[in-house]
Design a binder for this molecule. Structure first.
Ligand code: NAD
Length: 315
C-alpha cells in the first residue's frame, strides 16, 4: 500500500514513521520544508518516545518537495496546519489518483471544505486524533502523548476503505476506531480546542493553569458554550454530553502541556485561530448566533501573532 503524507511536521512525521514500520512500500512524505526533506532522506526519521529510553530511527520513508516525483497514492493523509489545507492539496494534486482517499486528522474547522476545493467530497475521510507530537528539528520528533484516532466517512457509512485504513493504523500501533458521526467528532475536538488553545496562547499558561484561575475557567466555559450553541444551530450531534465539563477534564489531564497555539505564539509562527475560535465566530454569524468571547479571543491571538512573543516573556 502506497501511503503519502502531505505535511511532514510533527504529526505527519509521527504517522509516517509508525506506518512505515508496517508497509512494504516506503511511506512518502511531501513537505515544502527543504531541510526536513533532506534530513529524512539522508538519515531517516528519529522518533523519541517518552516511554522508551532509546529513540527509534525509521528508514522506510522517502521525502519529497515535488509531488510529481511521487505519483498517485493508495491513501493520502493531510497533516499541514489547517490554514494551509486548501493550498497544500491543490499543489499536491499529483499524488491523488481517481480513487485515492484523502484523510484529514487535523484540528479546526474547514479542512474538509479546503480539500473539497480540489477533490470530490466522496474522496474525503475525516477524523480526529488524540496522539501528540512535537517537532524537535529536521528529521527528529518526540512522540509526546498517545491516544485514540477515530475516523469516519462523511456520509456515516462503514466502507471497505475506512476499515482498511483503521486496520492498517491499528497494525502500526496507532489505536484507531471507526465512527458513523465524524462531524460530531470533529466538533467534539473543536470545542476542546476552542476552550483551551486561545486562552493559553493569550495568558501564556499551560493547560492546567486555566483551571487555577476562576476568571479564566469562566472564559473557557463561555467560549465553549458559544460553540455548543453554534453546533446546535447547525444540527451537529455532539458525542460528548457536557462539552464544558469535558474541556475542563482535558485541561486537568493535560495540565503540564503547552497548547499548540501557545507554542506557535512563543515561536512566532502563525496559529490556527481562524479555524478554531474564529470558526465559531464565522459560523455563529451565519446562523445569527453571537459569539463575543470567541470574537475577543480571536482578536487577541491575532494581535499576538503580529507582535510575536517579544511583547511578553514566555511562561
Ligand atoms: P507542523 O507545523 O509541525 O507541521 C506542518 C508541516 O506542514 C510543516 O512541516 C510544514 O512545512 C508543512 N507544510 C506547510 N505547507 C505545506 C504545503 N503546501 N505542502 C506540504 N507541506 C506543507 O504541524 P503539526 O503539529 O504536525 O500539526 C498538523 C495538524 O495536526 C494541525 O491541524 C494540528 O492542529 C493537528 N494536530 C497536532 C497535534 C500535535 O500534537 N502536534 C495533535 C493533534 C492534532
Amino acid at each position: 500500500m502506497k501511503i503519502v503524507i502531505i505535511g511532514a511536521g510533527a504529526m505527519g512525521s509521527l504517522y509516517g514513521a509508525k506506518l512505515s514500520a508496517v508497509t512494504d512500500t516506503p511511506v512518502c512524505l511531501l513537505d515544502v520544508w527543504q531541510d526536513q526533506v533532506k534530513e529524512i532522506n539522508a538519515r531517516g526519521l528519529t522518533v523519541e518516545d517518552v516511554s522508551s529510553p532509546e529513540p527509534r530511527v525509521y528508514r522506510n520513508l522517502r521525502a519529497f518537495q515535488d509531488p510529481a516525483g511521487i505519483g498517485p497514492a493508495d491513501l493520502v493523509i493531510i497533516f499541514v496546519k489547517s490554514t494551509l489545507t486548501a493550498q497544500a492539496v491543490r499543489t499536491g494534486r499529483a499524488v491523488f489518483g481517481e480513487n485515492t482517499p484523502a484523510l484529514t486528522l487535523q484540528n479546526g474547522l474547514g479542512n474538509i471544505e479546503g480539500i473539497a476545493e480540489t477533490l470530490p467530497r466522496t474522496s474525503i475521510i475525516a477524523g480526529t486524533t488524540a496522539q501528540g507530537a512535537t517537532l524537535l528539528g529536521p528529521g527528529r520528533i518526540r512522540h509526546a502523548g498517545k491516544g485514540k484516532t477515530v475516523i469516519g466517512e462523511l456520509d456515516g457509512s462503514i466502507s471497505p476503505r475506512l476499515k482498511a485504513a483503521a486496520d492498517l493504523f491499528n497494525r502500526a500501533g496507532l489505536e484507531t476506531e471507526i465512527s458513523a458521526n465524524v462531524e460530531g467528532l470533529i466538533w467534539d475536538k473543536l470545542l476542546v480546542n476552542v476552550g483551551i488553545n486561545a486562552l493559553t496562547a493569550v495568558t501564556r499558561l499551560r493547560n492546567g493553569g486555566l483551571l487555577a484561575h476562576e476568571e479564566l475557567a469562566e472564559l473557557l466555559a463561555a467560549a465553549v458554550t458559544e460553540g455548543v450553541r453554534v453546533a446546535g444551530a447547525k444540527g451537529i450531534k455532539l458525542n460528548v454530553p457536557d462539552p464544558v465539563a469535558h474541556t475542563r477534564e482535558v485541561c486537568a489531564a493535560t495540565g503540564e502541556n503547552q497548547s499548540s497555539m501557545l507554542q506557535d505564539i512563543l515561536k512566532g509562527r502563525p496559529t490556527e485561530i481562524d479555524m478554531i475560535n474564529g470558526a465559531i465566530l464565522r459560523e455563529g454569524a451565519a446562523w445569527g448566533i453571537a459569539a463575543p468571547v470567541n470574537g475577543v479571543l480571536t482578536k487577541l491571538v491575532k494581535f499576538f501573532e503580529k507582535t510575536g512573543a517579544g511583547e511578553r516573556g514566555p511562561a
